[in-house]
Write a protein that binds this ligand. Structure first.
Ligand code: LIP
Length: 304
């Protein structure tokens, strides 16, 4: 099989994401007519399904031999393989979408040999598209701006050089509640949130604050851009993180697992810690990660 043409794939994913954006912004979801999946906090709309359908047809018609993994057509037992694969979350932030909170994205990735190589994350409500190709840098393009506006396409991180990554007590950290609201993983999350945010006198790390904005892909892009210092989550899936992962790494960020010692995370690991780039480099990121893991109260455990 010929080597994948990453630039062509990138351009196709951008074009497809923009088409999806039109479907998303012209939809009229509502909380009362929305279906649920696993429980009442796990939502799906007709738009999620229609967008995934459109995306999978567009990608298959150009690359018929490549595999496809999408949130809405996933079933237990389906795994990423080493084959060239498109990974799609048609609406990352479905809860925000049905509430009319405009913090959502379509997240499209190309993964080969279980490594994300191209990532495109588009929020059609803010007209911002984050995009990256492995080895070629990460960018934020504002599609509402004219082509000659210098703010139209900016390389990530936005603050360059980035500030040093001091300890957790100077950090702004994104976390997510997810849709599992009882059991071990819930206890680990709630304990960890308290350990991160709590006052030093009570044994907490006292981060500047926690943010919980509702889209894993945009959280990863926020860390890539540098506005967030870190993002920790358990429970999300390959389609939530594959695109943001390559954008993060191309912006100098580092991805590890959500549990202590998980230096080699996998796309399907379902627990992640992303840390932004810093001039201090890898050692500074590793020190931050080790400090973070000390706050993780227990072990996150997920099945595929
Ligand atoms: C959601 C994530 C969110 C996470 C949820 C869920 P969806 O994706 O992006 O951050 O906490 O568990 O996975 O369901 O809106 O595509």
């Amino acid at each position: 099989m010929a080597e994948p043409d990453l630039q062509d794939i990138h351009d196709l994913l951008v074009e497809t994401a923009m088409q999806a954006g039109e479907m998303i912004t012209s939809a009229h979801p509502s909380t009362s007519t929305t279906d649920t999946k696993k429980n009442s906090s796990d939502l799906v709309t007709e738009t999620d399904q229609a967008v995934e359908n459109m995306v999978s047809s567009a990608l298959k018609s150009r690359y018929p031999s490549y595999s496809f993994l999408g949130e809405e057509t996933y079933h237990p037992g389906l795994h990423l393989t080493s084959a060239p694969t498109f990974v799609c979350d048609p609406i990352d932030g479905t809860t925000n979408f049905v509430h009319g909170y405009p913090y959502i994205s379509i997240s499209l990735a190309f993964v080969h040999n279980l490594r994300p190589l191209v990532g495109v994350v588009f929020n059609p409500f803010t007209a911002q598209i984050y995009h990256a190709i492995k080895g070629r840098g990460a960018y934020l393009t504002s599609t509402s701006l004219g082509k000659d506006d210098p703010a139209k396409m900016r390389q990530l991180p936005l603050r360059n050089p980035p500030e040093p990554l001091h300890g957790l007590d100077e950090a702004l950290v994104a976390v997510e509640w997810g849709n599992e609201r009882s059991g071990n993983n819930w206890d680990v999350k709630v304990g960890t949130f308290a350990a991160l945010a709590g006052a030093k006198e009570g044994g907490g790390a006292m981060v500047h604050s926690l943010r919980s904005l509702g889209s894993a892909a945009l959280n990863l892009c926020g860390v890539a851009a540098g506005g967030l210092d870190a993002y920790w989550e358990g429970g999300c899936w390959a389609w939530d993180v594959a695109a943001g992962w390559v954008i993060l790494e191309e912006a100098g960020g580092m991805m590890v697992g959500g549990n202590k010692g998980e230096w080699e995370p996998t796309i399907e690991g379902r627990r992640y810690l992303a840390v932004r780039g810093t001039e201090g480099g890898e050692q500074e990121q590793k020190n931050f990660i080790e400090e973070f893991w000390e706050c993780v109260k227990g072990t996150l455990e997920y099945e595929l």
